[in-house]
Design a protein around this ligand. Structure first.
Ligand SMILES: [Fe+2]
Ligand SMILES: [Fe+2]
Length: 497
């Protein structure tokens, strides 16, 4: 982690330092010795062309001939596990990478605490595990589908390259989950793997499983918000699954987490650069009032209140991804040792939580109160609270950017009950600062808190064309502080043909 709390690709954390060498001689690059597992190899090689077909139909549009400066995991060397180089998009190869086994690892929570981790799926938890893996798997291709058209409006080659890096890694995350389904769940698993390629984000008949993954990502502001807020949910879910007593799931998730850090870096730094550009433009034009929307927009930058509205939206839909705060399924998964809490092993308690409680906020008689609930039932509420705390950090860093330019504006996270469709607040009307309102009051103020069509049209119009000149950036976003892998900003990160 850098000082700012963000991780770029030069700074890989410790978890990835001992990846077993990746075999690139195989059709499917891997570090699981696929060459010596004929059954698995055959099953995956049968799925591979269907995956490529999905990528061609639903992945980044019209980019087959682009050569992109991508990072690919290659082996064990602490500094050199990731190799950078131009790769033709149609030649990109996805593979299966697991973090190494930890010798003597035991289950760290729930009723099996202290027992050796499972290398095979325990029969009693088969359905539960399969469901969790499928839900995680489904989010991976969904985000690629949501971002399909964004390269056509990229603010620079640097940003376009980052988009593709995120896309190929989300594709690989699908591979990671499909490996588990095919290897450990027999015929059911193979069927699930097929279905994952059939659902489509936003499709009326075959939508993706979770709501936020059926929303559009129509512009780059949405993309950066998505990678900052929604990929951070991905990180929390993966971190909770990385604690799993089912060791292959834990090892898959541990490697995926190293890639997720970069996705959040793309989001946080992208929004930070948009904010910086807006503040600079306001200063140059002598505009002091951040609410002078028309004047600010006429400068060709996004006003800060609109950015706040986008934050409100993305936080609300992302919090819904945690599922209901009070959940018997989440309790079952915890007790079974299948899905832990965030940083489970670092929490100072007995990790069984038989008699523990957790405070969950909700509306009672028109007021928000905290109610003590059984800790098992409130596992999702706790993960959501951990997420919320981490997301606050990003807001603080954006506020520092604003303050440095001398502009006066403060971003904030909306209250966790704002505009929720899932969970304990789903029936309530709550403002971003946490006031309980009537439905009419909420409707009257909604356009102050969330973008309306006019805002969306403005953003669309501003970002209509891509900026593809080397070293140049669209007028609504500042250049990043440095390039990728120590390359200069003028570097040709994407060779467009
Ligand atoms: Fe992912
Ligand atoms: Fe991600």
């Amino acid at each position: 982690m850098s000082e700012s709390g963000m991780t770029d690709e030069g700074a890989i954390d410790n978890a990835s330092k001992s990846i077993v060498e990746v075999d690139y001689n195989e059709l499917i690059p891997n570090n699981i010795d696929l060459a010596n597992d004929a059954r698995l190899k055959k099953a995956l090689e049968r799925w591979q062309p269907k995956y490529v077909d999905w990528w061609n139909k639903a992945g980044p549009e019209d980019t087959r001939d682009f050569e992109v400066y991508l990072r690919t995991a290659v082996g064990v060397d602490p500094k050199g596990w990731a190799k950078f180089g131009h790769v033709k998009m149609s030649d990109y190869r996805w593979g299966i990478l697991l973090a190494p086994k930890v010798a003597g690892r035991t289950i760290s929570f729930g009723k099996h605490k202290g027992e050796p981790v499972w290398q095979e799926v325990p029969g009693e938890y088969r359905a539960l595990l399969r469901r969790l893996i499928v839900i995680q798997a489904d989010t991976e291709p969904a985000s690629v589908e949501q971002q399909r058209y964004l390269s056509k409006s990229a603010p620079s080659l640097y940003d376009m390259r980052n988009l593709f890096q995120v896309n190929v890694e989300e594709g690989r995350h699908l591979w990671a989950m499909v490996y588990l389904l095919v290897e450990y769940f027999g015929r059911d698993g193979r069927e699930e793997a097929e279905t994952l390629l059939e659902r489509r984000s936003g499709d009326v008949d075959k939508p993706r499983i979770l709501g936020a993954f059926n929303e559009e990502t129509p512009d780059w502001l949405s993309f950066f918000m998505f990678t900052h807020f929604t990929d951070r949910d991905g990180k929390m879910q993966l971190a909770a699954l990385a604690e799993s007593g089912f060791d292959p799931l834990s090892r898959s998730c541990r490697f995926m987490l190293t890639e997720e850090a970069h996705h959040m870096f793309v989001g946080e730094s992208g929004i930070g650069r948009i904010i910086q550009r807006t503040c600079e433009a306001m200063n140059d034009a002598g505009i002091k009032d951040p609410n002078d929307i028309e004047a600010i927009r006429s400068l060709g930058v996004i006003d800060l209140p609109t950015i706040q509205k986008k934050i409100n939206f993305h936080v609300a839909v992302t919090l819904d991804l945690f599922g209901s705060e009070l959940s018997t399924n989440a309790a079952t998964a915890f007790i079974a040792g299948i899905k832990g809490r965030y940083k489970e092993t670092r929490i100072d308690d007995d990790h069984v939580l038989e008699n523990d409680t957790y405070k969950v906020a909700r509306v009672v008689e028109g007021k928000i109160v905290e109610v003590e609930e059984k800790a098992h039932i409130a596992i999702n509420a706790r993960l959501l609270d951990d997420y919320y705390l981490e997301a606050t950090g990003g807001i603080g860093r954006w506020n520092k950017i604003v303050a440095k330019t001398g502009c006066e504006f403060q971003f904030s996270l909306p209250y966790k009950g704002f505009s929720r469709k899932v969970g304990v607040f789903s029936e309530d009307f709550i403002s971003p600062c946490g006031e309980v309102l009537s439905e009419q009051e909420w409707k009257d103020s909604k356009s102050d808190w969330l973008c309306d069509d006019t805002d969306a049209d403005f953003i669309q119009a501003l970002m209509r064309v891509a900026c593809t000149e080397k070293g140049k950036f669209a007028g609504w976003i500042a250049a990043p502080k440095s390039g990728i892998n120590s390359q200069p900003l003028e570097f040709e990160y994407v060779k467009i043909s």
